[in-house]
Each structure stands twice: as structure tokens, then as C-alpha cells.
Design a protein around this ligand. Structure first.
Ligand code: FAD
Length: 451
């Protein structure tokens, strides 16, 4: 009698380099390709990321010849229901190390009873928990982590594709729901979705722009980064595929990109060991830091969120986020510093806003990017380093092009003067909502008080 399995897709919406497919093919003659629309994850996602997910599901369904079974519900009930419907002998997944995913998978494994939940691979080059210090404890500082991560190394991409598994036609399933529509005329335009688009994006970047990456990656005006983050978020491409193409290269561009992927793995590792840092400070000393609350803080937060602070580089970044669902890394640091150190709003409010707006919103990279900037994370920027938004703008957007692209009211201001606005704000653009020099002193004072 033929034996069937379930391949449960989550953050691995691709068919090439997917170890799960090898494990399913080893174990069964055919498999159901399953995705569960889980409200616990969809709820906090925000519109842009949800829409990108739905488009990625549509692309995966096309790549599977229309054989993706999408169901809606709590995976603890939905996955066993699919197993019962199709008589699956095993369920195959990429491991999830996030706080919710790890808990969910334990619960699903329990609910499956005698049917095993088999984990192969993860969304990371090196799975969280693998790279540890010689005494077995996790790294708290990035540079030694990266050294150990490079020494540990990673596997070659798995040789898989649509034909690795014989896919069962799910048409008869009573559980099947349509993939939700991604249409939203008011939302930001999305990057092309799915595995082919991800591979194309990587190949274009590798062939056309990688050479300048080390020099230009901090320049938001040049758009010189890979823009792979939404694809890495949903596993349309695995970092191994990128790292394979960088193998043997020791030039600055390759080393810098490898290092950025190491940051991604580092933050996933940190969150794996400290799931409490999804909501709370990594460094508990910061639990006593004084924040601004109340109506004034809410108004300041709203001005920041809408890109109406009167600080051009901050406003350009926040408007890029609203318009594209993405923001350049340097500008993410500048706007996060501004919210936490100039407006004294706690990092988690900004992190939540980012998670609702970013197409690439990823709990580990986002919460720890915020904590790094706020000073309370691992290996964080020292608390006394308070970014001056005007100086940051002049340094990293030296012609002012980035600001003029995103802030139409400032298009008439030439050159880098667009950052300092020496003649005052033009009509329609706000005065600065705070005095940076004063707020810097307030922040330093509050930081000093927590020791
Ligand atoms: P590239 O420069 O081309 O880098 C390639 C890949 O390396 C990225 O796609 C990403 O996967 C990884 N990477 C690069 N920089 C970092 C970094 N500092 N930390 C972790 N991984 C990195 N990244 C997210 O993917 N999701 C988030 O929700 C997120 N939130 C952030 C919030 C703040 C406050 C900060 C400071 C950073 C955040 N980052 C986040 C990290 C970084 O800004 C983005 O990964 C990067 O801008 C994505 O653009 P790219 O793909 O063109 O990057």
C-alpha cells in the first residue's frame, strides 16, 4: 500500500534547497503540500506583510501545479485534521526556533500522537542553538559569534525541486480554503513574490551591484543593498544559496554580505536562548529606564509614525516605510534612535509599528535591531551614542537625494542643505518637534540614573 506524508510549509515557501522535501521523499511515496493560515501569526503581521505572504503562497501554488492545500485554523487542530483526511504517516517541517513557532510545534507534535513531526533544516545558515562558546553557553557579543559561525560553516544547498516529491492533488479536501486576495489599492506596492522572484533578485544583485556593496550599503540614496529581506523572511530563498555563491570569495563585498547574514543568524540565536526578549529588555538594567508616556508622548509618536517630525532624514525614512513597506538599514537605525533617545518613547512601541508596516518584519531581527539602537540589547550601541539626525543625514545622504525622494515638501531645497534647512522649513513642512541637543541631555541623564 502506498504511504503518504504531509509537507507543512511555514517560513520556507520554496522548492529548491528545501531539506524537508528530501525527508518526505525518503519517508513516503507521495505528499500533501500544506500551508495553514494561522490567525495567531496573521493578526500581528500588518497588511503589507500579509499581502506579500498571500502572493508568495500563490507563487508556490503555481510552482506546485495548483497542488498547495491551504487551510485556515489553529495548527494544533488543522494539521491533525489534514493528516486524518489524507491518511498521512508523517508531517515534515523546517524547524521553527521563534518563541511562538517552537511552542506551536510542540503542541502540534503532541496533538499528532503517533504520527511523527519530523524537523529538517531551519530558515538559518546555522540553526539557532548550534553555535555556542567553549563552555556551552550562548554568545552575547556579535563579533565572536560571527567568528564561531564562520568556523562552524553550513551545508551545501539541498538538491531539491518540484519533482522531488510526488504531490497529492488536494482538490477533494473539505478543509481547503482559497488563498486570500492580496489586493489593497491603498497599501504599498509589493516586490514580486515567490521563489523565482527571489532567485532573480539575488542573481541581479550578485551580478550588478554586489561589487559596490561594502562601500555603498550605508547610503540610502543609492539603493545599493540586496532587498532580499522579504524573501529571506518567508524562505523564498535560503541564506545557504547566497552563501554558496559567495564561497571562496574574500573580497570586502562578499565578507560584508556574509557578515550581514551572520547578524540575522545571531539575532535568531539570541531570541532562541532568550524568548523573553521578544517583548522585554535583553539587559534588565533598562527595566528601570524612565520613558515618556501620556498625550504628549502619543502626539510625538504619531508625528514620528507619519514622518512629520521636522527632522528630514527621520521623516524620509518613515515615509519610505509607509510607501514601500521597507526602509534602508541605516535609516532604520536613525529613526529608532530618534524615537527612543529624542522622543523618549520605549523601543517596543516603535518595534510594534515596524512589525505592522514592514514587508520583511521579522521578530528576531526587528526586536533586536531596536534593542541594539536603544542600548538595551546584546552587544548594543553604548547608551551615550545618541545619533544626531542632521549629522547622520549629511553623512549618509550627502547630496540630499534620499530626503527629496520621500519628502516632496523639501524638493525645492538643493544639496545637503535639505538636512539642516538653514532658511527654516519651507511651507507645508513642520518645524522640528524637539530640540535635539536638549533631548540628548535628557536621554543621557536618564541613562546615567540607571547606572
Ligand atoms: P542587505 O544589506 O542586502 O543584507 C542582506 C540580508 O542580511 C538582509 O536581507 C537581512 O536578512 C540580513 N541583514 C542585514 N542587516 C541586518 C541586521 N542589522 N540585522 C539582521 N539581519 C540583517 N531586518 C529584517 O529582516 N526584518 C526586520 O524586521 C528588521 N527590523 C529592523 C529594525 C531595526 C530598528 C534595525 C536597525 C534593523 C532591522 N532589520 C530588520 C535589519 C536590516 O535593516 C534589514 O535586514 C535590511 O535593511 C534589509 O535590507 P536588504 O535585504 O537590502 O539588506
Amino acid at each position: 500500500m502506498s504511504r503518504s506524508a504531509i509537507v507543512w510549509f511555514r517560513r520556507d515557501l520554496r522548492l529548491f534547497d528545501l531539506p524537508t522535501l528530501l525527508s518526505a521523499a525518503d519517508d513516503a511515496d507521495s505528499a500533501v503540500a500544506l500551508f495553514v493560515l494561522d490567525d495567531a501569526l496573521l493578526g500581528p503581521s500588518g497588511g503589507p506583510r500579509q499581502r506579500f505572504l498571500f502572493e508568495c503562497l500563490r507563487a508556490l501554488d503555481d510552482d506546485l501545479g495548483g497542488r498547495l492545500l491551504v487551510v485556515h485554523g489553529d495548527p494544533v487542530e488543522a494539521v491533525p485534521a489534514v493528516v486524518a483526511e489524507f491518511g498521512g504517516a508523517s508531517v515534515h517541517v523546517s524547524a521553527d526556533h521563534g518563541p511562538y513557532g517552537a511552542r506551536r510545534d510542540e503542541a502540534v507534535a503532541g496533538a499528532l500522537g503517533a504520527v511523527p513531526l519530523i524537523r529538517s533544516g531551519s530558515p538559518y545558515a546555522v540553526s539557532p542553538g548550534r553555535v555556542v562558546k567553549s563552555d556551552g553557553t550562548p554568545y552575547r557579543v556579535f563579533t565572536p559569534f560571527r567568528r564561531a559561525w564562520l568556523d562552524h560553516g553550513w551545508r551545501a544547498p539541498a538538491d531539491t525541486g518540484a519533482g522531488t516529491v510526488e504531490w497529492i492533488d488536494p482538490a477533494r479536501s473539505a478543509l481547503r480554503v482559497p488563498i486570500p486576495s492580496a489586493d489593497d489599492p491603498t497599501g504599498p506596492p509589493l516586490p514580486p513574490a515567490g521563489e523565482s522572484a527571489a532567485l532573480r533578485r539575488w542573481q541581479e544583485f550578485r551580478d550588478d551591484d554586489l561589487a559596490g556593496y561594502a562601500d555603498d550599503r550605508d547610503r540610502p540614496d543609492l539603493d545599493a543593498t540586496s532587498r532580499l529581506s522579504p524573501y529571506l523572511k518567508f524562505g523564498c530563498i535560503h541564506p545557504r544559496t547566497v552563501l554558496r555563491d559567495l564561497a571562496g570569495r574574500s573580497d570586502d563585498a562578499a565578507a560584508t554580505l556574509r557578515s550581514e547574514l551572520a547578524w540575522r543568524d545571531f539575532y535568531a540565536d539570541v531570541l532562541h536562548h532568550r524568548p523573553d526578549t521578544a517583548r522585554g529588555n535583553y539587559n534588565h538594567r533598562f527595566d528601570d529606564l524612565e520613558h515618556d508616556t501620556g498625550a504628549d508622548a502619543d502626539r510625538a509618536f504619531e508625528a514620528w509614525a507619519q514622518g512629520r517630525t521636522g527632522f528630514p532624514i527621520v521623516d524620509a525614512g518613515m515615509r519610505q516605510l509607509l510607501a514601500e513597506g521597507w526602509m534602508h538599514n541605516r535609516v532604520r537605525m536613525i529613526v529608532a534612535s530618534f524615537l527612543t533617545k529624542d522622543l523618549h518613547v520605549p523601543w517596543w512601541r516603535g518595534a510594534r509599528h515596524f512589525m505592522q508596516r514592514l514587508v520583511d518584519g521579522d521578530l528576531a531581527s526587528n526586536q533586536h535591531g531596536w534593542q541594539w539602537t536603544a542600548g538595551c540589547g546584546t552587544d548594543a550601541a553604548p547608551y551615550f551614542r545618541v545619533f544626531n539626525p542632521t549629522a547622520q543625514g549629511e553623512k549618509f545622504d550627502p547630496t540630499g537625494e534620499y530626503v527629496r525622494r520621500w519628502v516632496p515638501e523639501l524638493r525645492g531645497v538643493a544639496g545637503k542643505r535639505v538636512h539642516s534647512l538653514p532658511d527654516g522649513p519651507p511651507p507645508g513642512y513642520p518645524e522640528p518637534i524637539v530640540d535635539h541637543a536638549h533631548e540628548r541631555r535628557v536621554a543621557l541623564d536618564r541613562y546615567r540614573r540607571i547606572g
